[in-house]
Design a binder for this molecule. Structure first.
Ligand SMILES: Nc1ncnc2c1ncn2[C@@H]1O[C@H](COP(=O)(O)OP(=O)(O)OP(=O)(O)O)[C@@H](O)[C@H]1O
Length: 355
């Protein structure tokens, strides 16, 4: 049986407020999908609807080709991991892992086999006798993940599982989740507002905004070819630079003209007003006493330097190597990579593609 998840024209309301509207999405068997978006965009609402924890107003949800739109959570063929762990505090880690299987009436030997297997995968064997209060945050979350694994469901849902952990533990557990997916190949739907988590874990990222999916694509496509201005600005740190101007004809390539920038593009694009977006690492700085840009601030981050450069009242954020010799007040020339940029419509915010 394949563990595909299909969502068709899903709408969810709270009172008369629309939280998710007409959303459709197909998640392939074994795929790792991350739902990413700013706070309040509806990610958890969508996940909870898939889990069966809230009612949907319109639309259908299919799991493994079965219509589960109105099915009980336990009958959907999925298991969920929550941000808050939700472990039973009076039970040991081992009892927490076994609990749902006991309730489901599994034989003792089967329960032990499944608990032992999950404990081995998650390196929980030495901790099985401890209560949650005797575990660290990372260990508790591993128990919570184990509790979902022992149920041996084809679809796993994760709701911001790492957000209660400190940065180092988050990185460690992120890797464990990735390994886990490579090993088990479950279909995995993972909610986060952390773009590093999304970029590193996902086969495809669904970027959400106001209850809709703005773009669903591989991390590389989301980063290099954002479909909308919103996605372009939301993904990447420091954020993409934007400048409003005019695309004019040129043969074979168009020209982009703004007060702050004139750039010959790499191909012919539809003429007219547009917004150009360019990532900080697609701009190359060079010290030049005759340069038109002034270096206002230089930030050293260890691996890189972030430069804040000004011309015509516009500030450009540039990412360069950590050995860059400039200092505040220096004059610069900036070279803009004309193969690594995005153009957006000023009216719709949608990406403008070459003719
Ligand atoms: N029970 C509820 N009643 C009314 N409004 C709700 C309810 N639950 C959520 N909302 C609203 O629905 C919207 C989406 O919430 P949701 O929790 O899905 O967002 P999210 O993208 O997961 O955000 P976060 O990252 O902050 O968890 C928010 O505006 C929220 O205020």
């Amino acid at each position: 049986m394949t563990n595909q998840v299909t969502i068709e024209h899903l709408s969810i309301k709270h009172g008369d407020q629309s939280i998710v509207s007409d959303l459709s999405l197909t998640i392939d068997d074994g795929e790792f999908i991350v739902l990413l978006g700013p706070s309040g965009c509806g990610k958890s609402t969508l996940l909870n609807a898939i889990a069966g924890l809230l009612d949907v107003s319109e639309g259908r949800i299919f799991i493994s080709q079965k219509d589960v739109t109105h099915a009980q959570p336990k009958d959907r063929g999925l298991a969920m991991v929550f941000q808050s762990y939700a472990l039973y505090p009076t039970m040991t880690a081992g009892e927490n892992l076994a609990f749902a299987l006991k309730v489901a009436g599994l034989k003792k030997t089967d329960i032990k086999a499944r608990v032992d297997k999950a404990a081995k995968i998650l390196q929980l064997e030495p901790l099985l006798q401890r209560k949650p209060s005797q575990l660290s945050g990372g260990q508790r979350q591993r128990v919570a993940i184990g509790r979902a694994l022992v149920r041996e469901k084809g679809v796993l849902l994760f709701d911001e599982p790492l957000s209660n952990l400190d940065a180092k533990l988050r990185t460690e557990l992120r890797l464990e989740i990735k390994k886990l997916h490579q090993l088990l190949k479950n279909t995995l739907i993972y909610v986060t507002h952390d773009q590093i988590e999304a970029m590193t874990l996902a086969d495809r990222i669904a970027v959400m905004h106001n209850g809709k999916i703005e773009q669903i694509a591989t991390p590389a496509v989301i980063y290099r070819e954002p479909a909308t201005r919103f996605v372009a600005e939301f993904i990447g740190s420091p954020a993409m630079n934007f400048v409003t101007g005019e695309v004019s004809a040129g043969n074979p390539a168009s020209q982009f003209n703004a007060d702050e920038l004139q750039l010959t593009l790499n191909a012919a694009y539809p003429q007219g007003p547009a917004e150009l977006g360019i990532r900080p690492e697609s701009i190359t700085p060079e010290l030049d006493t005759q340069g038109e840009f002034t270096l206002e601030i230089i930030e050293y981050t260890g691996a890189d330097c972030i430069l804040w450069c000004k011309n015509n009242h516009h500030t450009w954020v540039v990412k360069t190597h950590s050995q860059f010799p400039g200092k505040a007040g220096d004059k610069l020339t900036l070279s803009f990579d004309n193969s690594q940029f995005s153009l957006f419509s000023l009216t719709t915010g949608k990406r403008i593609y070459a003719n």
